[in-house]
Design a protein around this ligand. Structure first.
Ligand code: PGA
Length: 265
């Protein structure tokens, strides 16, 4: 079993449903340039919209920046109009896929069970996974943050063998922090990360839990990245809005690189 080095940060840029082919091309080219001096110290992926994946994949080739997709079907193939399979993603060079994003849980009514099926088919096909979990503001106010995250991660990892866990990154994304400009405080994020790590420990074992990278997501920007990354529990970020501006995403990548080098081995 190979575990990735959890000391290395992972930064994901989730472009969501934004941009044109022209804007995406420009952004990807700028990111390739910005990533060049950082490729040795940070892992990073960008998640363009489906229609641009193959084209952007061509731009990223050889850069070390990974190509990611924002969604995947729970089914292998068949009469599922509008869906895209894990096999198809792999076929066009996608390496990692976002599963369980709160926008899909809420807008598309994706259940915990469906998310578990998606994780299973993705890892068995050979894709890495960015698994998103997180509570609503109401759940946080009611003191249910840890229980909600535990329910979500347990369902998503149900039936996932230990050997596949090296391909799974967790993104803790409190829903109230996504796209609001109001990120979780570094301390609150760290508490949730520690609780999620304990859940992984209970589901698997302590060494796997220690090796699993847990990213924070929700209004990460160049101004708050450094303080978030100063928390030892945080091993990266899933970035939405700020990933659409090359200068902002590059600044977050540099913060991650600096945070990595200041961590003990
Ligand atoms: P945001 O989005 O950075 O715009 O808050 C994060 C996400 O949805 O992954």
């Amino acid at each position: 079993m190979t575990h990735h080095n959890s000391k290395r940060f992972f930064i994901g840029g989730n472009w969501k449903m934004n941009g044109t082919r022209e804007a995406a091309t420009l952004l990807a080219n700028e990111l390739v340039t910005a990533f060049e001096p950082l490729a040795m110290s940070v892992d990073a992926a960008i998640f363009p919209p489906f229609p641009y994946l193959q084209h952007i994949g061509g731009i990223l080739r050889g850069s070390g920046l990974m190509l990611g997709a924002q969604q995947v079907s729970a089914d292998a193939n068949g009469a599922f109009t509008g869906q895209v399979s894990a096999e198809m993603l792999l076929d066009i060079g996608v390496e990692i896929v976002i599963i369980g994003h709160s926008e899909c849980r809420q807008l598309l009514a994706e259940s915990d069970e469906l998310i578990g099926e998606k994780v299973a088919i993705a890892v068995s096909t050979g894709l890495s996974v960015m698994l998103c979990v997180g509570e609503t503001w109401q759940e946080r106010q009611a003191g249910h943050t840890e229980a909600v995250c535990r329910r979500q991660i347990s369902a998503a990892l149900k039936g996932i063998h230990l050997d596949h866990m090296g391909a799974i990154h967790i993104a803790y994304e409190p829903i109230w922090a996504i796209g609001t400009g109001r990120s979780a405080s570094p301390q609150d994020a760290a508490l949730s990360h520690a609780s999620l790590r304990k859940d992984i420990e209970d589901l698997y074992d302590p060494s796997l839990a220690a090796a699993t990278r847990i990213l924070y997501g929700g209004s990460v920007n160049p101004a708050n990245a450094t303080s978030l990354f100063a928390q030892p529990e945080i091993q990266g970020a899933l970035v939405g809005g700020a990933s659409l501006k090359a200068a902002d995403f590059a600044s977050i990548l540099r913060s991650a690189s600096q945070a990595t080098s200041s961590r003990p081995n």
